[in-house]
Design a protein around this ligand. Structure first.
Ligand code: 2M8
Length: 437
């Protein structure tokens, strides 16, 4: 255990760029939104001030509208595509004037991370001052999400680009992406496959469509109303909304700490939980499904996203039982046919299942961590412990990689990965607990 802890800390130190932590050397030189939130959770175990710094540097990129972008470009780098200039966010009056950013967001884990950092802090006065400093920014972010991205006003936020989901080439997006014909799109050159074998990354066909959707945003001047009206990709994503709901629970606790009025947050909590029950729950299949707002129908793809509502306390006990049955089915996610470790990101029964390619099958420590927290919350402690042991075994065997082949345990993608290290620290030091302290 001590070796893994030291190794995890050394990976975070090596990726420390001064005020922010890059996800990995080479492949990801900038600051990513949800990576930094998870990194702050890891840092909070051994360097509280650096954890606060991680969050402050992310907030430097917050837009005047409240949006927190998915990438903050604190410094130029030719190693990553798209670079800072590609987004043309300078054409958007809402954009941050302070630092270059992308034009889209990512799963809003930040309030959850702030709560963890706040509650773990030993110096209470400093922690309190930090909370007072960042709380308005968190509230502005959540307000932006519900104001600009909930076109039906039903408590479900829509994403306009697969990168906003964090699970970029998830099979959930395949149908929509395949139907897009990227007739005209800017010229570009991928850099990701320089660092990582191309069969572990999204395909060129995926990238053409990722770029096409960025270009739509550029041409709309990142005007959210235009994007929501025009984007062929407009999805109420189960994972994104579950993470947001959990972040609202955490924001609610932080509001109470500061004696802030919380009626607005309470309203979001009620509305989102009703929408999960009435719209996203597929009673026949016993799981949650994303909703494609353009097509006006649910997306019938089975992936790990269906389990993330456990992390947010959204399912009732029976729904949780049905979700756990999928998780324990060797034909889908449990070790058995075609895999040896928990938890592949895509069901093995999916036509898109691929144990090496990015979000189409490999195990990610970040999704395992979310599932472990969810299982603990619902009292499935034995299964949570099994998933934790599998996760530790993968890193002990193959290092702190970006993702892992569930059939062999081999590491895939980038090496020395920050959120892998950060969340392994949390899994080692916060055993069995559902609270942050
Ligand atoms: C991956 O996404 C970026 C684009 O945002 C990429 O592939 O270039 C995803 O795994 C995403 O969830 C993650 O935040 C990011 C950095 O680790 O990499």
């Amino acid at each position: 255990m001590q070796d893994l802890l030291n190794y995890a800390r050394s990976v975070l130190r090596a990726n420390d760029q001064g005020s922010y932590t890059r996800p990995a050397p080479g492949q990801y030189p900038h600051q990513w939104n949800w990576d930094s939130a998870f990194i702050a959770i890891g840092l909070s175990h051994f360097d509280e001030e650096r954890a606060r710094q991680e969050i402050r540097s992310l907030l430097r990129g917050q837009w005047r509208s409240g949006m927190i972008p998915h990438i903050i470009y604190h410094q130029p780098s030719s190693e990553y595509f798209p670079d800072a200039t590609f987004w043309q966010t300078e054409n958007c009056p809402d954009a941050s004037g302070d630092v270059c950013t992308s034009g889209i967001t990512q799963p809003p884990v930040l309030a959850t991370a702030v709560r963890a950092v706040y509650e773990r802090s030993t110096g209470r006065a400093v922690a309190r001052a930090f909370l007072e400093e960042v709380f308005p920014a968190l509230l502005a972010y959540h307000r932006w999400l519900y104001r600009e991205r909930d076109p039906l006003g039903e408590g479900l936020v829509a994403i306009v680009h697969p990168w906003e989901s964090g699970l970029d080439d998830s099979p959930r997006w395949a149908g929509i992406m395949d139907a897009i014909t990227p007739a005209s799109r800017p010229a570009y050159r991928r850099t990701d496959a320089v660092h990582v074998p191309s069969d572990e990354r999204p395909t060129d066909t995926d990238y053409d469509r990722f770029v096409y959707l960025i270009d739509l945003g550029r041409r709309a001047g990142w005007d959210q109303r235009k994007l929501v009206t025009e984007s062929p990709f407009l999805v109420q994503d189960v994972l994104f909304n579950a993470v947001l709901h959990r972040a609202n629970e955490d924001l609610r606790v932080l509001a109470a700490e500061l004696n802030e009025l919380a009626d607005e947050i309470d309203g979001w909590l009620v509305q989102t939980s009703q929408a999960f029950a009435n719209k996203l729950w597929d009673n026949e299949g016993g799981r949650y499904l994303d909703f494609d707002l353009r097509a006006g129908s649910a997306i019938p793809e089975h992936t790990i996203a269906a389990f993330i509502p456990l992390f947010a306390g959204l399912p009732d006990a029976e729904q949780a039982r049905r979700l756990v049955a999928h998780l324990q089915d060797p034909a889908e996610y449990a070790p058995g046919t075609g895999s040896r470790y928990y938890v592949p990101t895509t069901s093995k029964a999916s036509a898109h299942w691929n144990p090496r390619r990015y979000w189409r099958g490999p195990i990610w420590v970040v999704t395992n961590w979310l599932i472990i927290q969810g299982l603990r919350r619902y009292g499935y402690h034995d299964l949570a412990e099994t998933v934790r042991q599998h996760t530790l075994k993968l890193v002990a065997q193959s290092g702190f990689r970006e993702y892992y082949n569930p059939a062999t345990g081999d590491g895939c993608g980038a090496a020395d990965f920050s959120w892998t290290a950060a969340l392994i620290l949390d899994l080692l030091l916060n055993m069995g607990s559902t609270s942050w302290t």
